[in-house]
Design a protein around this ligand. Sequence first.
Ligand SMILES: Cc1cc2nc3c(=O)[nH]c(=O)nc-3n(C[C@H](O)[C@H](O)[C@H](O)COP(=O)(O)OP(=O)(O)OC[C@H]3O[C@@H](n4cnc5c(N)ncnc54)[C@H](O)[C@@H]3O)c2cc1C
Length: 409
Amino acid sequence: MNEHTDFDVVVVGGGIVGLASAYKITLSHPNIRLAVLEKEDKLAAHQTGHNSGVIHSGLYYEPGSNKAKTCTKGRKELVIFAKRHRIPYEICGKIIVATNQKELPNFERIYNNGRRNQIEGIEKITPEQIREIEPFCEGIAGIRVPCTGIIDFVKVAEKLAELIVAKGDSNKVFTSHEVTGFDKHDFYTNVLTNKGNFSTKYIINCAGLQSDRIAQADRVEPGVRIVPFRGDYYELTEQAKDKVKGLIYPVPDPAFPFLGVHFTRTVENKVECGPNAVFSFKREGYGKTDFNLADTWEALSYRGTLKVFLKNFRYGLSEYARAFSRKLFLRSLQRLISTLQDEDIKPLKSGIRAQAISRNGKLVDDFMIERRKNSIHVLNAPSPAATASLAIGEYINKIATEQFKLGKN
Ligand SMILES: Cc1cc2nc3c(=O)[nH]c(=O)nc-3n(C[C@H](O)[C@H](O)[C@H](O)COP(=O)(O)OP(=O)(O)OC[C@H]3O[C@@H](n4cnc5c(N)ncnc54)[C@H](O)[C@@H]3O)c2cc1C
């Protein structure tokens, strides 16, 4: 490797995708000099640290898509990784529950996707079987998915960072280092940060909610914009917690790449309810009224966002109403567990999804990774990217090895 730069590879972003990619690269190129630069003072501070903590099975995704391919592979590898490194996880299974006739065509589509994606052990279940698994849940048909699990993704991210650094003295993981731009030269790039500059031969952009901006700073037109969608969670109170044994999901609306408000028992034995999905006026704003002028202007002046809003105006309004009304949120939970009462839930947290939208107003469903001569840009890595992270990391290692000819120069 070239000794005239500080690093061979700089990964922008210390979320689970950046760390898994860095980990896979350091595993297959032991002599590499690699740095992960994370702007926050801790790792996994955004999507990775604000998600549902579900190890997804891979049944929802279009057969043949990157999501379908990497989710199943990544899930299996994640479980082995968690076992080896003593990260708490549990394969508790989940059920998807249809509550009315209108949902049945989509219910069938998901089940068939699951079969085509060869998800182990999935089966259709009757209303009686739903009650046996989840005594408080009512539905007209269900799918049991035994290989779904729960995990703490922050612990996975922290372990990955530890392993990257342990691989060699020339590997670094820096927090509180915000990448502010790139000074490009023919054979190297100076990565500009708030803590000084680092020269590197190659860049891998895994900046999540900021990934389109990092791509543009690297003179790559991403062809999409990241639009933030906030998801709010409630939690079941101590006295209501026993109404949910494991994970209960609705049949998702096929028009959106979100899974719908669900119940998740976590590794800390809490029961989380959510998340909804509303446009956020700030990319990293977790409060309901958070606002950032630049983020809002950028999102709303983009043709793609306007098209999405026009097409889904009524849906968007009802999601907003639900975000501000505890009563409406509770009502959507009652579709699955009708006996839940207002005193059974309390507000918990929010997460922001980085959702890529194309200029023609399409919510990009699949993972999107662009490669250039000296850089790779992960431009859409929504759910289930945490589950799939080790498989995505493996894929990024593969294309980095080819594209950058790692190990050969
Ligand atoms: C509400 C919600 C629920 C979800 N539930 C699940 C689930 O149950 N299971 C699942 O598999 N997936 C789930 N996901 C999706 C999953 O969390 C994400 O797909 C995954 O965390 C993406 O990881 P990432 O590393 O790409 O992004 P992030 O975790 O957002 O990491 C990107 C990092 O880049 C850093 N960064 C940005 N700009 C810069 C800069 N200029 N300089 C340096 N660093 C920078 C950020 O600070 C951040 O830490 C959920 C997501 C959300 C939001």
